[in-house]
Ligand binder design. Sequence first.
Ligand code: UD1
Ligand code: CA
Length: 453
Amino acid sequence: MKITAVLLAAGQGTRMKSDLPKVLHPLCGRPMLGHVLEALKTATTEKPVVVVGHGAEQVEKYLGDSAECVLQEPQLGTGHAAMQAESLLRDKTDYVIVTYADMPLLRGETFQRLIETQRLNPGPFSLLTVIADDPRGFGRIVRKADGTVWAIVEEVVATPEQQAIKELNVGAYCFKADWLWDALHRIRKNPKKGEYYLTDVVELAVKDDLPVQAVVHDDFIETIGINTRVHLSEAEAALRARINREHMLNGVSMMDPASTYVEVGVKIGRDTTILPNTYLQGNTEIGEGNVIGPNTLMRDSRIGNRCKVLAAMLEGAVLEDDVDIGPFARLRKGAHLKSHVHMGNFGEVKDSTLHEGVKMGHFSYIGNATIGANTNIGAGTITCNYDGEKKHPTEIGEDAFIGSDTMLVAPLKLGDGARTGAGAVVTKNVPDDTLVVGMPARAIRKVERKKKG
Ligand code: UD1
Ligand code: CA
């Protein structure tokens, strides 16, 4: 049994007031279109078809080869949009799930329920509805006296009586494919809006005396459709709550889930605690027993076990086990802190490896460097790695002691056990177990003390 999704994503999304196509607006780190495709994956068997139009180039670029794209030009409504998939799918699939790309909260299970319902339906299709007090501009479901679905009436054309109906059209349909293509050709332009409404297929089935089934969904949140940025923020909050809930049920503590921003795809191990105002983004993986936050942002980073990350910003960084950083630590791309590294306040590390047990307590910049195990980096130490044209490496051995405010002018090598005095400007390599000092202050004249008062 072949089941193919057709996702309508060609609309302009005027109400978003955006240069970005509506369906590419992200929620929890993924464009809304991506959420819908992910849910559909679990319910369909074939590569999905996405109907693109407004911003087609951008949308196609995002999709890559994860979907077949067909262009709808001009955009004459949802019925016309669905019709564009015919050339690709006629005689190629048994069922077609048609849904809209602006409903990112729908779950795979919900599409599966819809398909199950249609399998038992002798009629041509089944659709998803929801009962809600706030109609949000959704089409209203009008039922016949016997309870079967009679029509979907769009809000703009609904009578006051119909507007009061609380059963709404969510916008997910499972069709018998061969019936669908012919039905789409029979849809007439809606006289009021000049568009071909997909929802008019209900009346066509009713005319043919064929039953349309409705799956009434009980979770209104899941059916949030996004037409404005207000809806976008509501949907994102709901999705965030869903993601956080799942992590908590898997053994992650969150002191305040409402201010914990975890993107889809982030992995967090059990007994890790996430404190408020923390952002975990992109391809981030966190092990067990860590305390992360408050006030931390982590993107594309990997954290081992039992680390403490306080008020820090990490991008493309790796922390092994028992690392302790912050507050106000900044780790940039290629920062690799091995186990038991301590990095205190106002440090920055980029493209560098700090081996086991390195201590870097205060105000340092370490770039393009390798720091040997158990070396101490004094306050204010800087690797002067950039000469205005090129980056140069710094290599420091094990058990070294870098005095406060040392300038390490790269390229440079310091051996194991090397020491530098406070304020040293090191321009030449330092052998093992050697102390270098530079520019000590010397008295130049007597000065007068200012009298107070
Ligand atoms: C639609 C439904 C409505 C339902 C609601 C649920 C119709 C006529 N109405 O209304 O019953 O309650 O969704 O969210 O179907 N699109 C195209 N090409 C077009 C027009 C739209 O691809 O020519 C795409 C849009 O990109 C969007 C989706 O179809 O992803 C829905 O379009 P939209 O204009 O948002 O429809 P609604 O007014 O929300
Ligand atoms: Ca919509």
